[in-house]
Every structure is written in structure tokens, then in C-alpha cells.
Design a protein around this ligand. Structure first.
Ligand code: SF4
Length: 333
């Protein structure tokens, strides 16, 4: 018997409006773990104050708030608000936080992602070995600040471009206004950065450091879940020929912004959205295949609500839905 699909004229088949979901998207291992830890500890009778945003996702922040988990800017603020329990978020904190909590007699719940802990300890070790530490990342980001906090030295800085460095010339050069790097420099990265931007930065920094007997150490500390999300998006663009990409995630989520950036750089119109009601009908005009990706702090139900809105616009739901979580998965350290 001939199936309906086999008798459908080709032009009609290709005109079908469909949704393609990236192979890996949404909650990363570390954020899922942090939300699970904090939810398990939550008790409205004994509220918890995570210091900073527990997660860059307003929907989850609201959900946790109803369980007595309410972010505060500092241990002092938490104390003033009467909290007796504080938490370190998945992004981590410098060692000062545990000391402050301990001194104030507060219970501390540490949900730092083990992959961030790895970078913190590496920075600490490299400092002991005499390296000046450069952290490739956003200087204001809690993770970067935590890594610099653990490095515990004035010889550590955050940089995203060569101009952010305190040096302007390769070692061995001399002249008025020239500032050269010290002999030993090590580079690590914020875990959520893009390797396509980190690699050229590393090459330029190395070219400044190694002349004249300089030593350069480079550890690519972009985490495996971040790389997987970026690679899955590239695959979506290359294999599924999407016409539009929606990168779903909180407004403050830098890894979601990076996903939309990658999509645009690959030539596909890409939007970073926080909620399904931000989708404008004109974005969908003449676009038959919509690709979906989501940042590391975007919960499954938010992704599903975006799919539902697209289905309302006449798109076919993705086969097999959004991809299930493997409870056994642990990323490579
Ligand atoms: S993005 Fe990577 S390092 Fe950051 S919380 Fe997720 S798994 Fe951990």
C-alpha cells in the first residue's frame, strides 16, 4: 500500500512548517544539579538566601521564591533580612563567602558546579606556580569573579579582548609607552564562552608572552555541556537548514545570548527570547523551519511553551518532543 506521505507532491512536503530542536539544549548538568540541591534543602520555615541569582531564569527564580528561596546581594543583606541559611549558586563564589557565613553563624549550602570548582582550583594552583592569571570572560560575571577570588592575588585579571590586558607589546620590546607581559602567564576561560572566540584570543596572548623566554599556559576550561550546546546549534544550522533560530533563556543568561550570536554569525536570523509571548508573527513570515535552542539555565517547561506557541502558528511539533534528560549523565571534568 502507498502511504499518504509517499503520494504527497514534493512542493507540498517541502512547504511544511516544522520545528527542529537542537540535539542538546536547555538546563546544563551543573544548573540542574544546583536547582535540585537547593529545592531539596528548601523549607519555607527556614528560608534560604542564595547570594546573587541562583539561576538566570525568572520563571525558576519565582518558583523557588514560593519555597522560601530568595536571592540577596550579600551575606550582610541576608543577615539584615533575618535569613539563617545562605547558598552559593552554581556560578560559585570567592572563598570570602564561606568565611563570612561561618563568622555570622549561618548555615551554608554550596551548589557551585563542580566544573566551576575545577577552574577555581586550577587558578589557585597556577598562582602558586608563579603565573599571572588571565581569565577570558566577562569581568562582572559571578563565575569570573569567583575564579579571581580563588586565585587570591593582584596578578589576575578578566579580559575579553587583547585591549583589556594591562600589556600592549610582546615581551622583549622596549620603548616609550610599551608595557610587556611578565615571564609566566596562564589563560583559563569562563566555562560558558565560545571556543571560536577564545582560540584567537589565546593565540594573540601567546604571541605576546612567549618571546624572550616567556612561559604561556593555556587551559581551555569551557565546560563540556557548553560546547555540546554550541555544537548542537551548529549542527542544526548545517544539517537541518533552519530559516530562523529561537534561543530561549533569561535576559541575563550570557550563554543564551552567545547561542543567538552563533546563529546570526552562521547566517541564520536568530533571536534571544525569554518567554514565548515575545515571538512576533512577522519573524515567522515565509520561514518554514524554525530551529530551537536554549541556554543552560532554561527549564524544559519554558522550552515546551515556546514549542506550543509555534504549534499554534501552524508548525508541526518536533518528532519525539524536546530531548529527554539522561539521569546518568556526568560531563567530563
Ligand atoms: S555551564 Fe557548565 S560550568 Fe556552568 S553550571 Fe553548567 S555545567 Fe557547570
Amino acid at each position: 500500500m502507498v502511504s499518504a506521505a509517499e503520494t504527497t507532491p514534493r512542493s507540498e512536503t517541502t512547504a511544511k512548517k516544522r520545528i527542529v530542536v537542537a540535539e542538546t539544549l536547555g538546563y546544563c548538568w551543573g544548573v540542574r544539579r544546583a536547582v535540585e540541591l537547593i529545592s531539596a534543602a528548601a523549607n519555607p520555615e527556614a528560608p534560604i538566601a542564595p547570594i546573587g541569582d541562583i539561576i538566570h531564569n525568572p520563571q525558576i527564580v519565582e518558583r523557588l521564591r514560593s519555597q522560601g528561596v530568595v536571592g540577596q546581594a550579600s551575606v550582610n543583606d541576608a543577615l539584615e533580612q533575618g535569613f539563617r541559611r545562605v547558598a552559593i549558586t552554581a556560578h560559585g563564589m570567592g572563598p570570602h563567602l564561606a568565611k563570612e557565613a561561618n563568622a555570622a553563624g549561618l548555615e551554608l549550602i554550596d551548589t557551585t558546579c563542580p566544573l566551576v570548582v575545577k577552574v577555581q582550583r586550577l587558578a589557585e594552583k597556577l598562582v602558586r606556580q608563579g603565573y599571572f592569571i588571565v581569565v577570558y570572560g566577562d569581568h562582572w560575571h559571578p563565575e569570573v569573579r569567583s575564579v579571581i577570588g580563588w586565585a587570591n592575588t593582584s596578578k589576575a585579571i578578566a579580559a575579553k579582548k587583547i585591549e583589556d590586558l594591562p600589556w600592549n607589546s610582546p615581551r622583549g620590546k622596549e620603548g616609550p609607552g610599551l608595557v610587556t607581559p611578565p615571564r609566566k602567564v596562564a589563560l583559563v576561560s569562563q566555562t560558558t564562552k565560545n571556543i571560536d572566540e577564545l582560540a584567537p584570543f589565546a593565540a594573540k596572548l601567546q604571541a605576546m608572552v612567549i618571546p624572550n623566554g616567556g612561559e604561556f599556559r593555556f587551559a581551555n576550561t569551557i565546560c563540556e555541556p557548553t560546547s555540546e550546546r554550541q555544537n548542537a546549534l551548529k549542527q542544526l544550522v548545517e544539517q537541518d537548514r533552519v530559516d530562523l533560530i529561537l534561543a530561549i533563556g533569561g535576559r541575563k543568561s550570557s550563554n543564551t545570548a552567545r547561542l543567538a550570536e552563533i546563529g546570526n554569525l552562521m547566517g541564520v536570523t536568530s533571536f534571544h527570547i525569554e518567554r514565548p509571548d515575545e515571538i512576533l508573527p512577522e519573524w515567522l513570515e515565509g520561514r518554514n523551519t524554525v530551529g530551537i535552542t536554549a541556554g543552560a539555565s532554561t527549564p524544559d517547561d519554558v522550552i515546551e511553551s515556546v514549542v506550543d506557541v509555534l504549534v499554534g502558528y501552524g508548525y508541526e511539533a518536533p518528532e519525539g518532543g524536546i530531548h529527554p534528560v539522561d539521569p546518568e549523565y556526568v560531563p567530563a571534568y
